[in-house]
Design a protein around this ligand. Structure first.
Ligand SMILES: Nc1ncnc2c1ncn2[C@@H]1O[C@H](COP(=O)(O)OP(=O)(O)O)[C@@H](O)[C@H]1O
Ligand SMILES: N[C@@H](CCC(=O)OP(=O)(O)O)C(=O)O
Length: 361
């Protein structure tokens, strides 16, 4: 699983840099050519590639113009990859994902199936966020996190994050005297590290913070991460020592719940009494109406919601089975009473245990 940032694909003057795309494609095509390794690419750069063609001098701040730029740029980006991989006889398939959708079971399965199918057919998936339809609320905004989640989704052996900087430094690398962190085995290795945003002139979005967060998500889900510069991609993929290596810290967990925890935006919250908190957090039970003290927000059935304890601390996240306006009449009631009074549609949990992820820390 390889993720490349906007800053590694565009020229200083703006627009897509065909030479840099070709250089990356040369490396990826070579890795695949042995037939033993498959590659999925998460590529940023849609917005950056759309700026110059729309006469924009810099990345706009408002979402509407960013989306217009992404709409123009995504087409150019994929056209460029298609032409460049065609030099090696490799087909690419565009996969555009939205964050909330992918937390839902049916959409998640669909995304998995499409990616698996593309790989089975020998095509190389080129993934990006579906920027043109994402709203501010449901936006990923950074492809580093998207890449960590897709790496988990495709059961990747390794996630390589390619940027314009050749690793994580212990401070902003533009400051003299900072040095590269070669290995991260856990949070203690990040204690003395100052993590900054992208440089002022940069076209990237997240800076180093989103990469470190992506590395945390991926390694906790069992996927090791190498962070290095695009020019060192060949070394990283050959297993040579380059950039920063983040060791696995956890094991692979249930698939879709990782998305629910990290990619969904809660549309409201349910406050649970102490018994319900224990049931959900310790016994991993479904949430029944009897344990809900109050409901906040305006969500629809199927939306992600936060589950909080009586002090307001988030303890879990789940996909809710009722609209917000239906829930007040259910509060504190047993499912059997509700079914008798309101009909069989009400004899169900408010959040099913399979759609629920406990938040740690
Ligand atoms: N501690 C740090 N180590 C490395 N880079 C850092 C650090 N803090 C801030 N940065 C900045 O983050 C930038 C990379 O982020 P960004 O431009 O968003 O990348 P991309 O477009 O590749 O996703 C680097 O060029 C660097 O200026
Ligand atoms: N989806 C956006 C990319 C957002 C993003 O994370 O950018 P970057 O920090 O360059 O990886 C685009 O294609 O422009």
């Amino acid at each position: 699983m390889v993720k490349v940032g906007s800053s590694s694909l565009t020229t200083a003057a703006g627009g897509l840099d065909a030479d840099r795309v070709d250089a990356l494609v040369d490396v990826l095509a070579k890795v695949r050519s042995g037939g033993e390794r498959e590659i999925v690419l998460v590529s940023s750069g849609a917005i950056a590639a759309g700026l110059a063609p729309l006469g924009l001098l810099r990345r706009p701040k408002d979402l509407a113009r960013q989306q217009a730029a992404a709409s123009v740029g995504q087409g150019l980006l994929v056209a460029r990859y298609t032409a460049s991989f065609a030099r090696y006889g490799v087909r690419v398939g565009q996969v555009l994902l939205t964050s909330n959708d992918t937390s839902r079971r049916a959409h998640y399965r669909n995304a998995c199936r499409t990616l698996d199918q593309l790989l089975d057919m020998g095509a190389l998936p080129v993934v990006n966020e579906n920027d043109t339809v994402a709203t501010d609320e449901i936006r990923f905004g950074d492809n580093d996190r998207l890449a960590a989640l897709v790496a988990h989704l495709v059961r990747a052996d390794l996630l390589v994050l390619l940027s314009d900087v050749d690793g994580l430094y212990d401070g902003d690398p533009s400051t003299p005297g900072t040095s590269r962190v070669a290995e991260v085995t856990g949070p203690e290795d990040l204690a003395g590290v100052t993590i900054g945003s992208a440089g002022k002139a940069g076209v990237g979005t997240g800076g180093m913070a989103t990469k470190v967060e992506a590395a945390r998500i991926a390694t906790a889900a069992g996927v090791p991460v190498v962070l290095t510069s695009a020019s060192r991609a060949a070394d990283a993929l050959a297993g040579r020592d380059t950039g920063t290596y983040f060791h696995r810290t956890g094991r692979r967990s249930a698939d879709r719940l990782l998305w629910l925890a990290h990619a969904s935006t809660p549309q409201g919250s349910l406050t649970l009494d102490d018994g319900a908190v224990r049931a959900v957090v310790e016994r991993h039970s479904s949430l029944l109406p009897a344990g809900i003290a109050s409901v906040e927000g305006d969500f629809a059935a199927g939306d992600p919601v936060e589950l909080r304890d009586l002090e307001g601390r988030p303890v879990a996240r789940g996909l809710v089975n009722f609209d917000a306006k239906e829930i007040p009449q259910l509060l504190g009631r047993s499912t059997r009473d509700l079914a008798r009074e309101l009909g069989p549609a009400y004899e169900r949990e408010v959040v099913h245990r399979d759609d629920l992820v406990v938040l740690h820390g």
